[in-house]
Ligand binder design. Structure first.
Ligand code: 4AD
Ligand code: MG
Length: 474
């Protein structure tokens, strides 16, 4: 008796074997002579079709109506060739055991339900085809990410989740106030527990960390400290942004992959980003065939061709200045007016990738320094910085990266000009005092990668438990 996970590979080569499968009932069809039960254990998209005659052990549970959609069962049977067109083999049941009943109120029945509805059932949505497939592809992308960097000599670094510094300098951090409750006060009155100074301000010196602390927006600055010691490193962990954007591409909590390359410039950075994206996309196309076919049919028609192109083609590189000219020449009416120095909006990004370059990833480089973060290296023109963004169709900005300013005087000037508190970056500045090297890196939003690789329209469906403004259930 072989205890298997279901799976498309459990096929004709197993004819005659006795298998045990444990999973959840997707559908049940009771006919006069025979009963069909489709079981899924999450290992793959396809269900195991079980065929049960009334003389099999445990048939009384079918008769008494206990086996319903959503119930968990244990079955044992012999693999036989299937008469049906949907599968090559099926399991002729010898024995069925009910493990856990499912109440008739189980909200995920066979009929198709909207993804909006399923967001309100985030605890049950992994039982659907779509969310099972997304979870498996997300897992494959994470695995391929580590594989790519490990094979290329990068060291994985855990960057902290709680931090005292603001990597992006954009003030979009969630503050960690360590409300020190004096007793079991209800949550609403916890505010009273925050230590205050005489004039009513928060007294941070009395708080847990002795100073304001935040959830990290990016692990980059920490990664830089290790890149200037171990050479190439990467982080892969959760990051948080308190930006009030209710869009299909923004989450308040998302995972980021941040490689940091020592002795490297912007060209090395762009080459790494391209090789990385091609590697993980290829991995998914090769290892998640069944799920990708599902996305190709039900979520985004043609996604497999689109992704195959990504693996094979070189990505176009364009300076920001050239992109602005291209947008101005396009004669298209944009909601946000285009002029040199403006931050590109998603309508502009979409035009560039989807219209101007026919659906290929594009790398834009050399952005005006005014719209980019303090740590980016100034170019010789004095106006732009060595920044790069990778834009992809449907998603827009997938990657943001740059060569870092390794020259102490330039970095100090930049912090002063932006009125950022130089003292709080003292350790970051130290890296430029002691053996500074040219270095570069990028950040890739993992959920945007999941969107890109699956065709899922809304980023809320690319992460198991989405956090967005006004929503932190489950
Ligand atoms: O462009 P960003 O802000 O760059 C950084 O944080 C750098 N420190 C990265 C680095 O150089 N190490 O963010 C990087 C990427 C974006 O391109 C986007 O894919 C994703 O992170 N991202 C978000 N994803 C989901 N929800 C949000 N609110 C996001 N904000 C950024
Ligand atoms: Mg960015």
């Amino acid at each position: 008796i072989v205890d298997v996970k279901g799976g498309p590979d459990e096929g004709l080569d197993r004819l005659g074997q006795t298998l045990v499968v444990k999973g959840w009932v997707r559908t049940l069809r009771v006919q006069s002579s025979v009963t069909f039960i489709e079981v899924n254990d999450g290992s793959c998209l396809s269900n195991m079709q079980c065929v049960m005659n009334s003389d099999a052990e445990g048939y009384d549970q079918v008769e008494s109506g206990l086996i319903t959609t959503g119930a968990s069962i244990w079955v044992q049977g012999i693999v036989v060739a299937s008469q049906g067109s949907k599968q090559k083999v099926e399991l002729k049941l010898e024995k069925l055991l009910m493990i856990g009943r499912s109440d008739p109120s189980f909200p995920i029945q066979k009929k198709r339900v909207s993804r909006e509805f399923l967001r309100t059932k985030a605890h049950l949505r992994p039982r659907t085809n779509t969310f099972g497939a997304v979870a498996r592809v997300r897992n494959a992308l994470a695995y391929a990410t580590h594989k790519f960097f490990q094979e290329n000599g990068f060291v994985w670094i855990s960057s902290p989740i709680i931090t005292g510094s603001d990597c992006e300098g954009a003030g979009e951090q969630f503050c960690v106030t360590t409300l020190i409750p004096s007793s079991q006060e209800p949550a609403d009155s916890l505010a009273n527990a925050i230590p205050k100074t005489e004039n009513g301000l928060i007294d941070w010196s009395q708080d847990f960390f002795g100073k304001p602390a935040f959830l990290t927006v990016s692990g980059q600055l920490n990664a830089e400290t290790y890149a200037t010691a171990l050479s190439d490193v990467y982080t892969f962990g959760p990051t948080f942004r308190a930006e009030n954007s209710n869009t299909s591409r923004h989450l308040s909590e998302f995972w980021m992959i941040e490689p940091e390359l020592a002795f490297a410039d912007l060209n090395d950075d762009m080459a790494c980003a391209t090789a990385y994206l091609q590697y993980v996309v290829k991995h998914v196309l090769e290892h998640c065939k069944e799920d990708m076919d599902f996305f190709n049919t039900w979520i985004e028609k043609g996604i497999i061709n689109r992704l195959s192109d990504v693996v094979e083609k070189n990505f176009v590189q364009l300076t920001y200045t050239d992109a602005i000219e291209l947008l101005l020449r396009s004669n298209k009416k944009f909601e946000f007016q285009v002029k040199w120095g403006c931050d590109l909006q998603s309508e502009h990004e979409r035009y560039i990738t989807e219209v101007a370059f026919g659906g290929c990833p594009i790398i834009l480089r050399d952005y005006p320094k005014e719209i980019k973060a303090f740590y980016m290296r100034q170019n010789d023109d004095g106006k732009t910085v060595a920044a790069m963004d990778m834009l992809v169709p449907r998603v827009g900005e997938l990657i943001g990266g740059s060569q870092r300013e390794e020259r102490l005087e330039y970095l100090e000037d930049r912090l002063d000009n932006l009125k950022l508190n130089k003292e709080s970056y003292w350790w970051y500045l130290d890296l430029r005092r002691y053996g500074s090297v040219p270095h570069a890196g990028f950040g890739l939003g993992f959920e945007r990668l999941v969107q890109f690789a699956t065709g899922i329209e809304n980023i809320r469906d690319a992460i198991p438990f989405p956090r967005t403004p006004g929503s932190a259930e489950f």
